[in-house]
Design a binder for this molecule. Structure first.
Ligand SMILES: [Mg+2]
Length: 317
């Protein structure tokens, strides 16, 4: 199953509410209203609100409009302009019930308005509605990035993560490695044991590969039908070989029967590739090298991995 840290944040036990208001008395009122059910955080300026959004990733922001310095509109615009923060819903809290202000706020991406003085029943209902919607969209986002059969990251998630990791390693002049693996004679496995057993086999192999990485920023994904890939940022070839070694050992321990294989067990072949990416290059070359290594592993008898480490000069296009 996916490691909890694969999503960058765990689902919180309690939803997180960030209350932004330059008047502490207003924050106190909302805190009293919600502190039982939610984790309530506070900010007394626009700048502080943005910092807290980055560090806390709240599930909802209650945002005062009129504040000295950066006002609520500016905070909302900044949140919506940042891809990492744009999914955080914003409810404006406003002292004046002016239609023009509401239109402006909604156009900036706010989901609702609450008028001062705060009515506890209305505020509670609106906050609960928005939190429910947020929970549902978080769930959908996660499902869209998970492979349904194995629980690993899916191809789409993998592509996003690989690119991010690649660019980060290029910036830091660090190596990046991948391990691509393919289940040996999987078609024969399905023909022999049927597709239900085939699915169980895929899940077991996925689990072994997921367990063979340790660090929170390593990603294991389903790459294709019976192909899996581990993306290992800041990892030299030796480290990636260690991941492959762990993976092979775990698979051997799980001892899945495959009578059509020489060993009598389910085995995999893998390609391990490492490069130090150059700025403005793309990760495709790394994957091509890993595919080449996988091909060598298969050609030389399967149930093994083959490694290729490239000098970065080979990766420039
Ligand atoms: Mg104010």
């Amino acid at each position: 199953m996916p490691q909890p840290n694969e999503w960058g944040k765990l689902p919180h036990a309690k939803p997180r509410l960030l209350v932004v208001d330059d008047q502490p008395i207003n924050i106190r009122l909302i805190h009293e209203l919600f502190s039982q059910e939610f984790d309530v955080f506070m900010a007394t300026s626009g700048q502080q609100a943005l910092e807290k959004c980055k560090s806390l990733m709240p599930d909802l922001v209650l945002l005062d409009i009129v504040m000295p310095g950066m006002d609520g509109y500016q905070v909302c615009a900044a949140l919506k302009a940042d891809p990492a923060l744009s999914d955080i819903p914003v409810i404006f809290i406003t002292g004046n019930s002016n239609e023009e202000d509401e239109v402006k706020g909604l156009e900036l991406g706010a989901v609702d308005f609450i008028h001062k003085p705060i009515n506890p029943v209305i505020t509670r209902a609106r906050v609960n509605t928005q939190l429910k919607l947020k929970r549902q969209s978080d769930l959908l986002r996660q499902v869209a990035l998970i492979d349904g059969l194995t629980g690993l990251a899916n191809r789409r998630r993998y592509e996003q993560e690989l690119l991010t990791a690649w660019l980060q390693c290029a910036r830091d002049n660090q190596p990046i490695s991948v391990v691509i693996c393919d289940i040996d004679n999987f078609k024969l496995y399905n023909d022999t044991y049927g597709h239900v057993a085939g699915d169980a086999c895929l899940r077991e192999v996925a689990q072994c590969m997921a367990n063979s990485v340790q660090r929170p920023y390593d990603l294991v994904a389903r790459y294709g039908g019976e192909e899996f890939i581990a993306v290992l940022p800041r990892t030299w070839n030796e480290g990636a070989q260690q991941v492959a070694t762990n993976f092979f050992a775990m698979l051997q321990l799980s001892a899945l029967k495959h009578e059509k294989n020489v060993t009598g067990l389910v085995t995999v072949s893998a390609g391990v590739a490492t490069v130090v990416p150059l700025p403005n290059s793309s990760p495709e070359k790394l994957i091509a090298i890993a595919d080449e290594a996988l091909y060598v592993a298969k050609k030389s008898g399967r149930n093994r991995f083959h490694c290729i480490a490239m000098d970065s000069s080979h990766v420039s296009e």
